[in-house]
Design a protein around this ligand. Sequence first.
Ligand code: DX5
Ligand code: ZN
Length: 218
Amino acid sequence: MAPPAIIAPSILSADFAKLGEECSRTIAQGADWLHVDIMDGHFVPNITFGAPVVTMIRPHVDGPEQHFGKGTFDCHMMIAEPRRDVGLQDEPRDLIRYIHEQGMLAGIAIKPSTKVDVLWDVLESPHEKERPDMVLVMTVEPGFGGQKFMASELPKVEELRRRYPNLNIEVDGGLGPGTIDQAADAGANVIVAGSAVFGSEDPAQAIKLLREAVEKRR
Ligand code: DX5
Ligand code: ZN
């Protein structure tokens, strides 16, 4: 059985002028995690925010009681040099090890132009500390909220789910009432949604709908 549904609204679509309040409200409306899109204007054309903003919003949401628990900040690092400050080589497994050593979980993301095959090596790493805890399959080109869902990316999710029945597999981009069923059918269990939650008249209902679509298939 696939792991439980995790709904992670993307605060990229929140009102940045009152971000703390938006974060606590969204958790109260039933979100499990908050998806925090960090963009540097190089890896992607957009610029959002960095560590100081994450530090400022953290007190607005109770931290998780266990790994992957409610209140997790799912930091999606769309930055060209994630290793710059820690002096690491260009190897995902080094960075994953480093993130684990800091007491965090580590995910690895692939964008539409990246083949799923690049992940097998790192997922099969003989050292547990070098293996990612989650894979994010982007279902839009990273950079902006509100883009059209790319169903062309779903075979990557299917392949991952076939090989790894217990892995947390996240999808991000264009998820909402019209696309969640396809993503859930493919095997995704961690659902990012920006505009579908923050743009909804009833965010609690939007979160519930996403969760039910995933849970129905478990
Ligand atoms: C895009 C970001 C997404 C974005 C999704 O680069 O990674 O997290 O916020 O927004 P929606 O759900 O509106 O497509
Ligand atoms: Zn994202």
